[in-house]
Design a protein around this ligand. Structure first.
Ligand code: FES
Length: 685
């Protein structure tokens, strides 16, 4: 079963993405056509009905008027529908020509009420779209799509949905309120609605197939042991100069066989020895397509064949039942409502399936959405390179705010985050600074050694876990090493807005400090202070004294290596800074393990599947081992790539991304490093 599902899942997904559009068009037009019975007459009242009268004109007069209105047409048939006893209006008589042109006539006066092609008018167009009659071999497209839909999307979808036991199936079928958001809402809705809609849409697809394929229609007869439909027998031998009976005389003969039918359709013989081929539908027929078949000699009116519906073959009955079921003419308003529900579920299923796939694709680190070119690579300081990135076509890049970072695919499968350090008002470029570290896990080394000017890189949209608090009265910006990148951007933004701030920048030496000249040339140079650890003691800076006087309106921003971060944040805590006034961004962190780390269970909200996370492994790795691949980058809880929604349970937050307030909400966690305080976490996946 697991192997089958592994094969079925991509087949189901890619079939939906490819054939889905045809299916959705068929479903939407089908949904509208289900209401044809109620809506068509009011919409086309003057064409489809006329004032009632005691007696209609002879069929031959009506036919002659139709032919006069459409002289180039070759007669195909005339259809009569009986009026209801107390109706003030009567259905019009309809003469069809072989090129699908219909002429509508007032049966009482013979007046031509209008001409219309079968595929014109609101419902004609809908039918044309539904049956793909706007293209050659449209019936094959429709029929093939319906088969693929039934087998792969409905059948395969049910296999993928099947929870394994009847008890599980009952639980899965229980209707629940939609979740607040995220991927689980889409896939959850897909899986909740799918089984309910499956039976209806399957019936709808299978009952529509006889319209597309003769082999399927013949199969219906073969399956029931019935003879396939035969052509009407020929008229009996007649003298060469004999004249056919008028159609009105034929009608009288029909009446003798089927008195007062609800509907009758009489074909005009196309060849000299053809019989008149007729079908009628009784007033008490079990469904609106329960056809009795009649063939009359065109010259004598003798009955050549008469098969009342009740006496017809099982194949004939099954075929016409499928026609009525497919068009919503069975089961009254309940049948129509079910069919409408099934048809409308199809676009919903297509949408929820597509959204969950897109969401997954968005989260796939290998699919960063934007391609940029490295237009400039420069050495900024010892071991620090800047990369200026621009759209290859010169298109403006998405706006960002100070403190934002982007994902950069350094090479296949290697995604790292880098803060943007150019002016946020610029849209023609992004500037990132990359420190080549001795303990590089591959990202900075790949960018330094393998990427040059002119190369193309894939990047993500800007994200910001380190935004400025714009209501601050004063800002204190502390950066160390490559931590200057977001802090420099913040300083420039604050300077541009005329805000109060001070910048302190620690580095080993001037040659190890990035952006020194830019800072010294900046309008805020007098508010920036360098601290070089290899320089004189008096300029090295003292965190304790710098942070000694917190004020309610002052916000602190800290970014740099872990040791610096820990020291600055500890000093701030000792000095009594309010947590909400302290903002931080880590570039790396040590994974924090506790001696009493215990295993816990993560459960996926969408599938209900549970996985145990052992003491020495991460939830991210456990999920990946079961094919649920989440974005990952730092795997240290500092980049936020793997942030995942939590719907139930209590996470043990060990990341450096979430603020205290965000942690308290317990609605997200970083599965790369965080664990659980409760035995179970239900994830929004
Ligand atoms: S991978 Fe970076 S926070 Fe989890």
């Amino acid at each position: 079963m697991i192997r089958l599902r592994r094969i079925l899942r991509p087949v189901h997904r890619w079939t939906g993405l490819s054939v889905g559009l045809v299916i959705v068009l068929m479903a939407l037009t089908g949904a509208a056509l289900v209401l044809r019975k109620q809506l068509e007459l009011p919409l086309d009242r003057d064409l489809l009905s006329a004032p009632a009268c005691a007696s209609r004109l002879p069929l031959d007069t009506l036919t002659a008027n139709a032919q006069k209105a459409y002289p180039s047409g070759k007669l195909d048939y005339i259809r009569l529908i009986a009026a209801e006893a107390d109706d003030a209006r009567t259905p019009t008589a309809m003469v069809r020509f072989t090129d699908q042109m219909f002429v509508y006539l007032d049966p009482c006066t013979g007046a031509v009420l209008g001409l219309r092609n079968r595929y014109r008018g609101a419902f004609g167009v809908l039918e044309q779209l539904h049956r793909f009659r706007f293209m050659p071999n449209g019936n094959l497209v429709v029929g093939t799509s319906a088969i693929v839909f039934a087998l792969v999307l409905v059948g395969g979808g049910l296999v993928l949905w099947w929870p394994g036991t009847w008890r599980g199936a009952r639980r899965a079928l229980a209707l629940r309120a939609p979740r607040a958001g995220g991927a689980a809402r889409h896939i959850g809705l897909h899986k909740s609605v799918g089984p309910y809609a499956a039976l209806i849409v399957l019936i709808s697809a299978l009952t529509g197939l006889p319209q597309s394929f003769d082999w399927y229609r013949n199969g219906v007869y073969t399956l029931t042991g019935s003879a396939p439909p035969a052509h009407a027998p020929a008229s009996l031998a007649h003298a060469p100069d004999a004249a056919r009976l008028p159609m009105e005389a034929i009608w009288q003969k029909v009446q003798a066989l089927v008195p007062q039918p609800r509907e009758a359709l009489l074909h005009y013989p196309s060849r000299a020895d053809d019989a008149v081929d007729i079908y009628t539908i009784d007033r008490d027929a079990p469904h609106p397509n329960a056809r009795s078949l009649i063939a009359l000699d065109a010259y004598t009116g003798d009955t050549l064949k008469f098969t009342p519906y009740a006496a017809s073959s099982a194949g004939h009955k099954l075929y016409f039942w499928t026609l009525s079921i497919h068009t919503g003419l069975v089961g009254g308003w309940i049948g129509q409502a079910l069919l409408l529900f099934g048809a409308l579920c199809v676009p919903l299923l297509a949408w929820t399936g597509l959204r969950s796939w897109l969401r997954r694709a968005e989260r796939d680190p290998a699919r960063l959405p934007r391609q940029v070119r490295v237009v400039r690579k420069a050495t900024e300081a010892a071991n620090v390179c800047t990369f200026e990135l621009a759209d290859p076509d010169g298109t403006a890049l998405p706006a960002f705010a100070a403190g934002a970072h982007i994902d950069v695919q350094a090479r296949d499968g290697l995604v790292r985050q880098y803060s943007l350090c150019n002016d946020p008002r610029e849209t023609h470029r992004y500037l990132i600074g990359v420190l080549r570290t001795a303990d590089s896990r591959g990202g900075s080394r790949a960018l330094h050694d393998e990427v040059g000017e002119g190369d193309l890189l894939r990047i993500g949209e800007p994200r910001n876990h380190f935004p400025l608090a714009h209501a601050a009265e004063h800002s204190l910006l502390l950066a160390a090493g490559i931590g200057i990148t977001p802090i420099l951007c913040m300083a420039e933004r604050l300077a541009n807005t005329g805000a109060e701030f001070r910048l302190h920048y620690w580095a080993r030496s001037r040659t190890h400090a990035a952006f020194v000249e830019r800072i010294e040339r900046a309008a805020f140079a007098d508010r920036a202070q360098f601290h070089f650890s290899e320089g004189p003691a008096e300029q090295r800076g003292d965190l304790e004294s710098l942070l000694a006087h917190p004020a309610a309106g002052t916000h602190l921003y800290v970014c740099g290596p872990t040791r610096f971060m820990d020291a600055a944040l500890a000093a701030a805590q000792r000095a009594g800074w309010r947590e909400e006034n302290v903002h931080r961004e880590y570039f790396s962190a040590d994974l924090r393990h506790a001696a009493d780390d215990a295993e816990f269970v993560v459960k996926l909200a969408s599938s209900g599947k549970s996985y145990t996370v052992g003491k020495n492994t991460s939830a991210l790795d456990v999920l990946a081992a079961h094919g649920i691949v989440l974005p990952r980058s730092c795997e240290q809880g500092v980049c936020g790539s793997c942030l995942t929604g939590v719907l139930d349970g209590s996470p043990d937050h060990r990341d450096r991304v979430l603020s205290a307030e965000e942690r308290a909400r317990n609605d997200r966690f970083t599965p790369c490093c965080s664990r659980a305080k409760s035995p179970l976490l239900v994830l929004d996946l």
